[in-house]
Write a protein that binds this ligand. Structure first.
Ligand SMILES: C[S@@+](CC[C@H](N)C(=O)[O-])C[C@H]1O[C@@H](n2cnc3c(N)ncnc32)[C@H](O)[C@@H]1O
Length: 218
């Protein structure tokens, strides 16, 4: 493991004491690897303090979420969507979408995540895949307008829905991927595609969360 990945694992073990990470290739996206949770980590009973710490700082970046995986796959087959463009990946988590966009030929990709550890994961994963990304923590401090804004699996929290409007002001084109919101309705987004995908490592989620829908701004 690289020093960055070691640092990441040490930080993770502050809350998930027995969890480890390792580089894993993704199903159907074999040229992209990420440091993700080892699926066989020993699940020992947790204290209430540990549980609370996990809820306070959920380590989303230890998974590649179904929507991120679906978007990475979609970018591999539709590279023109980002080729030569300035791209923002909102809610980057592991950085799966940001890295896929860069591999698809984006000129510049910014990974934005409110969680500083997610940004560290993006850095470790960018290094693992030999790509260069830029990093920002606070979406509202961004001043530039991007050609494309990508957002995968960020609507799980209803309080994030207002971002759909904020995205429109920040980029010429917005693509949102989501497997959780059932009745997505917004006057400036339309459904573009649907794809089957599974969160990786597999969380054994209900089948209903294994269909990812893409919505594009217009
Ligand atoms: C479920 S994860 C999805 C990660 C990645 N896009 C994927 O599909 O694997 C959601 C991510 O959104 C980030 N997030 C939540 N609210 C945010 C905000 N206000 N600004 C930036 N990132 C945010 C979380 O920290 C988390 O990393």
């Amino acid at each position: 493991m690289t020093p960055l990945a070691q640092q990441l694992e040490q930080q993770l073990q502050r809350t998930l004491t027995t969890a480890t990470i390792s580089p894993q290739t993704l199903p159907d996206v074999d040229d992209l690897a990420l440091y993700l949770l080892n699926p066989d980590y020993p699940r020992t009973p947790m204290s209430s303090e540990q549980m609370q710490a996990i809820w306070q700082e959920p380590a989303y970046w230890i998974f590649c979420w179904a929507s991120g995986l679906a978007m990475a796959k979609w970018l591999k087959t539709n590279p023109d969507y980002v080729r030569g463009k300035r791209v923002l990946d909102f809610g980057a988590g592991s950085g799966v979408v940001a890295i896929a966009a860069k591999q698809a030929g984006a000129a510049e990709v910014v990974a934005c995540d409110i969680d500083p550890l997610a940004l560290l994961a993006c850095q470790a994963n960018a290094e693992l895949n030999g790509v260069e990304l830029y990093y920002r923590q606070d979406f509202y401090q961004l001043t530039e307008r991007y050609d494309v804004l990508l957002a995968a699996d960020v609507l799980y929290d209803a309080s994030n829905r207002h971002f759909l409007d904020a995205f429109l002001a920040r980029a010429q084109q917005v693509l949102v991927a989501d497997s959780r919101v059932k009745n997505f309705e917004h006057p400036h987004y339309q459904k573009l595609a649907e794809q089957a995908a599974t969160t990786w490592p597999d969380l054994d989620e209900f089948d209903e969360f294994r269909t990812v829908r893409f919505y594009q701004s217009y």
